[in-house]
Write a protein that binds this ligand. Structure first.
Ligand code: UDP
Length: 322
């Protein structure tokens, strides 16, 4: 049976962990990545084909050469703030690029795709926990680009799954891959930068929200649990499973202060904080229901926030420590 899977964006954070999980399950990942934000040294579980999803000729050649049975599509720009400043760039990369990829799949008769989506498609949710049937109402261009491709998939006739990640965190437990964004905007790696002495303090973006400690609650999910969900989603599609979206989170809300306190306990460093203005577009609480993924994929995330931060810390020291 053909086990080759094309992994766009496989040199990135979630994509590289997915490649490790794919290889461990007997698949043959082939990474397609333009290395604009990914890292060639994180591609360790299969071939790397350098290319852009906007480049139809290059896609054509790679599909021809590797003949994948399915695509895992991670390649995208993913910084919310940048998407507000450069919406056209996001439209071009994330929407046009994905359409180019879907076109190449059609040409080559590849009918299955697992799409990397996001909690940002929900915008400010009507209620929590968030379920997949809640309306898609993104409040920034990044979320809009992901929602647009989900809509394309729903109309496509393809066999597809959209995985809506909540807050991806942590790193591979063997420290072979992990998070490496430039610039870094996410809370946990920034907190670990303070622990490592690369930054003086961490800003808390708003401490007067209507939450138990006044800071925002997010649903942090270990990247290895995310990777496992991709392998399950792929197997389900190969088995003839129905198209649709799944939320991927633990269903547990953790506050900004709780993240910082846990990081203090894990690293043994003081991690000074400063209170800053609220960040525009931050909903107070984003927590998902993962019941659909549990039911349909048999997926159960197993790594709690302490493990997420401990694994991220090990990686952070190895990658960024002096
Ligand atoms: N956050 C913060 N300080 C930072 C970065 C993030 O207080 O330097 C907060 C942010 O406002 C949000 C949470 O941490 O409530 C998670 O933010 P992140 O950017 O990691 O992920 P997001 O939830 O925006 O996808």
């Amino acid at each position: 049976m053909n086990k080759t899977v094309l992994v766009t964006g496989g040199a990135g954070y979630v994509g590289s962990h997915a490649c490790k999980a794919l290889a461990a399950s007997g698949y043959v990942p082939v990474v397609y990545d333009n290395l604009s934000t990914g890292h060639a040294d994180l591609v360790q579980w299969g071939d790397l084909e350098v290319g852009d999803i906007l480049d139809s000729d290059r896609l054509d050649a790679v599909f021809e050469q590797h003949n994948p049975v399915a695509v895992l599509h991670f390649a995208a720009l993913s910084i919310v703030g940048e998407s507000v400043v450069k919406p056209d760039l996001y439209q071009r990369n994330n929407v046009q690029g994905s359409r180019c990829l879907l076109q190449a799949m059609a040409w080559h008769g590849v009918a299955r795709i697992v799409f990397s989506s996001t909690a940002a498609v929900y915008g400010v949710p009507m209620d929590v926990p968030i379920t997949e049937d809640m309306p898609k109402q993104p409040i920034n261009p990044y979320g809009e680009t992901k929602a647009a491709i989900e809509d394309d998939l729903a109309r496509s006739g393809l066999s597809w799954t959209a995985l809506r990640y909540f807050n991806a965190s942590g790193a591979d437990e063997d420290c072979q891959t992990g998070e490496h964004h430039t610039p870094e905007t996410h809370l946990i790696p920034l907190v670990l930068d303070v622990a490592l002495g690369r930054r003086e303090n961490i800003s808390i973006f708003g401490d007067d929200y209507e939450t138990p400690d006044g800071t925002c609650l997010r649903d942090y999910i270990h990247v290895t649990d995310l990777a496992d969900a991709h392998v399950r989603a792929l197997a389900r599609l190969l088995d003839g499973g129905k198209p649709g979206p799944f939320n991927l989170g633990t269903g547990i809300g953790t506050s900004v202060r709780e993240i910082i306190d846990t990081a203090r306990a894990v690293t043994g460093h003081a991690i000074p904080t400063v209170t800053a203005e609220r960040r525009a577009g931050d909903p107070p609480v984003l927590v998902c229901s993962n019941e659909a993924a549990s039911r349909e994929l048999g997926w159960r995330p197993s790594r709690a926030i302490e493990t997420q931060i401990a694994d991220a810390w090990r990686w952070h020291q190895a990658r960024f420590g002096s």
